[in-house]
Every structure is written in C-alpha cells, then in structure tokens.
Ligand binder design. Structure first.
Ligand code: PMP
Length: 304
C-alpha cells in the first residue's frame, strides 16, 4: 500500500488522517455515495506543482451535479479547494511526488437511497505517487465484465460506488496473470481500463475512444490529445474495435495514477516493439507534470 501522509483535510479543517472517518451508517458507506478526483502534485525545485487543479475541481463539481450531491455549504468554491490543498502540503511537507485524493461524501446516517439534500463532507488526503501499472509495459486482458453504461451508472461521474465495476474487471485480469483489464462498452467497442483511458497508434495517427463510449473523461486523456496535436500528430476520437488493438502499431494508457504507460500485450497477443509516439508523448507528459515544459506552465498550480 502506498504511504499515506499524517494530516488530512476533513470537514473544513486539518485533522490526523487516522481520525478522518465516516460512520458505517453513512450513505457513503451504505451506497458508495461519494464523488472524488485524484490529482498529481510534483515535487520540483520550483515547489509543489499540482497538475490541472481547476479541471479536477470542475470534474468533482460535475460528478456531484450528475449524482445530485451538494457541497456542505451549498456553494462550490475553488479558492477553498485550493487553500485546502495548500494547507495539506504545508502540514505534510512531502519530499517526493504525491497524489491528492479529494472527495465529497454523503455523511448523513440512514438517509435512504437519495442524494439531494443529504448532508455531505469534504475530505482530502495525500499519498505517495506510486503508479498502479508497470511503467515499462503493461499486459492487458479484455474483460468479460462490460463498462457500466451512462444509462445505468455514468462513468462520466467519478462516483465511488461505480468502482465495483472496475474492481471486478481488474481482479479478473489479475487472476488471469495480467496487469489490468480492457473494458468494452455495451456495444462491444473498446472503452477504457479499470482506472485509465486508452490510446492506439495506427500508421502514425493517434486514436482514442470518443466520449460517447461510456468512459471517464480523463483529464490526462484531454491533455494528451492536446499535446499530440500541438506536436503535429493527428488525433481521431472514434469507436475502436478490439481487434484493431491487436494489430495496432502502439497502444498506451493515460491517467493520473497510470501516468502515460505503454501496453505490450493484449489478450496473449504481443504488440509490435514500435513505441516512438508513446515514448515521445510519455516524455512530454512527464516534463509537463514536472514543470519542465514552459509552454504548458499554465497547467500547473503552485501549492507550496
Ligand atoms: N478512467 C477511469 C475509470 C479512471 O478511474 C481514471 C482515473 N481517474 C481515468 C480513466 C483517467 O482519468 P484522469 O486522467 O483524469 O486521471
């Protein structure tokens, strides 16, 4: 398990992480009724730099809006979110790259299966930024479990309860000796991984499933599309057949906890050794996260 730092933000104050707890009778526990986001904070000579913080805040707001959860004060406030993240860095003083998980939880007790008007609480905690997949090449297995469709539990909303779907599919992949799963959507098209988006390269063009494919609209996915376009790589968002992955020139994944990582095998079919676009975008993505790409400095927010 990744190291979790001692101080957490819970209910508008910093408290010891071990005391940042919810009741077993809360809707967060009973129904998985929390929304969340995880963002990367790089430890750099210029300070602790958070990647795309306003976008993470906006996605958290949107997730809550979709589910019908409201923040404790009834008002969303980016300044308060930013200050909480700054206070967390000051209190924990990380000396390496970290992730911050920010959530809005339904903390009301026995409030039944509803969301609007249910009492909520914010939490934020910090943990070491260890990747969730091997960075030198992941092996993926197509899951028998399909991605939950937008008309059941929307993947566009990052809601905790929906992650049972990811757990089922990833555990099945691990049980079969793979690193992670590939989800297909209900129409059988390639969707995403358990906690990362997917890209493939065919004949120099970068393809990724479009946002009608029941995927989470990853903040890294959008960033990589822009990085590719800015570097003269053509990007197409469209439906992808599974067998296209088998014969792709390159496949990679993107996500906060997956970074930009190459895929070397899909369903017992090794991919080609070609990795030039993956490596090029991977280096750029790393530099952007760590404040080493001046053109993208405005994607970073200094927290300490
Ligand atoms: N898909 C799913 C299901 C995820 O959980 C994540 C991780 N948040 C992603 C994609 C990647 O999203 P992001 O780039 O915003 O981390």
């Amino acid at each position: 398990m990744a190291n979790i730092y001692d101080q957490a933000y819970f209910g508008e104050q910093l408290i010891p992480f071990k005391d940042a707890n919810l009741s077993v009778a809360s809707s967060a526990i009973l129904y998985g009724l929390s929304v969340y986001t995880v963002f990367h904070v790089a430890h750099t000579p210029d300070g602790m730099l958070a990647f795309r913080l306003p976008e993470h805040f906006e996605r958290l707001q949107n997730s809550a809006k979709i589910i019908g959860l409201e923040p404790p004060t009834g008002q969303w406030d980016y300044e308060a979110f930013l200050n909480a993240a700054k206070e967390l860095m000051k209190a924990n003083q990380p000396t390496r790259d970290v992730f911050v998980r920010a959530s809005l939880h339904a903390e009301a007790l026995l409030s039944g299966t509803r969301s609007r008007g249910v009492k909520t609480v914010f939490s934020m905690f910090v943990y070491d930024a260890d990747p969730i997949v091997p960075r030198d090449g992941a092996r993926l297995k197509t899951s028998l479990w399909r991605r939950i469709p937008d008309i059941a539990i929307p993947s566009r909303a990052k809601v905790n309860g929906a992650y049972v779907n990811s757990v089922l599919a990833r555990q099945d992949a691990i049980d079969s000796g793979y690193d992670d799963c590939i989800f297909l959507d209900s129409s059988g098209h390639v969707c995403e991984l358990s906690a990362a988006n997917i890209f493939m390269v065919r004949k120099g063009v970068l393809y990724t499933p479009d946002t009608f494919t029941d995927l989470l609209e990853g903040i890294n996915r959008l960033s990589i599309i822009q990085l590719a376009q800015d570097n003269g790589i053509k990007v197409v968002e469209r439906s992808i057949d599974l067998t296209e992955l088998y014969i792709a020139d390159e496949v990679f994944m993107s996500g906060t906890s997956a970074f930009l990582s190459p895929v070397v095998e899909v369903d017992a079919r090794p991919l080609t050794a070609e990795k030039s676009i993956t490596e090029r975008l991977g280096r750029l993505h790393h530099d952007v996260l760590h404040g080493q790409a001046p053109a993208y400095a405005d994607w970073l927010t200094k927290l300490a």
